[in-house]
Design a protein around this ligand. Structure first.
Ligand SMILES: [Cu+2]
Length: 180
């Protein structure tokens, strides 16, 4: 029964977890029956592996949205916020801000003493169990096409769309231009 012997190695490898798969009732007499049991056996292994793979749902909170006030004639501004993820991996893929004509995710970095902004066209990774802060001199929401200046004290809504967690709304509070 060489078949049973080689199959036995699987039972060994997968340990006690296999006790519920019907392995102990493995029939040796009918080839077709054997095939069906093998199919069930491998389906069970696949299920066990899936159960062991981390696929925890993200648990996202968005908070502390703010932007600096702008002056008349200034059509772009940056907005900042904090994303807290108490669950599994996620990705911020889109930000929409009706108050501005256009909103996009940018990163900034110093390059030879010059601040450069880059469009995050693939979105922003929000790894499991992390807090990601969009802040001055780093990642920000670039607002453009502002029809009216952002006035200190006002508040406007933003909607963040995540690949897994869906959409989350938050308020962006406008602070004095000199803040931070
Ligand atoms: Cu920018």
């Amino acid at each position: 029964m060489s078949f049973a012997v080689s199959f036995g190695a699987f039972g060994e490898l997968s340990g006690e977890a296999m006790c519920t798969t019907g392995w102990t009732h493995f029939p040796f007499d009918a080839a077709i029956y054997r095939t069906e049991h093998m199919r069930q056996f491998f389906a069970s292994v696949a299920l066990l592996l899936a159960a062991c793979t981390p696929s925890k749902a993200p648990d996202i909170a968005v908070e502390h949205g703010w932007a600096r006030a702008t002056v008349a004639g200034q059509h772009s501004a940056a907005a900042y916020l904090t994303i807290v993820n108490r669950g599994g991996d996620d990705r911020l893929v889109e930000v929409s801000v009706p108050r501005a004509g256009h909103a996009m995710l940018h990163s900034s970095s110093m390059d030879g003493g010059v601040m450069r902004m880059r469009d995050l066209s693939d979105g922003l990774a929000i790894p499991a169990g992390t807090t990601v802060e969009l802040a001055p001199n780093g990642t920000h929401v670039m607002l453009s096409g502002l029809a009216a200046p952002l006035l200190a004290g006002e508040e406007f809504p933003a909607t963040l769309r995540f690949a897994r967690a869906g959409t989350k709304d938050l308020a962006i509070k406008v602070v004095e231009a000199s803040a931070r």
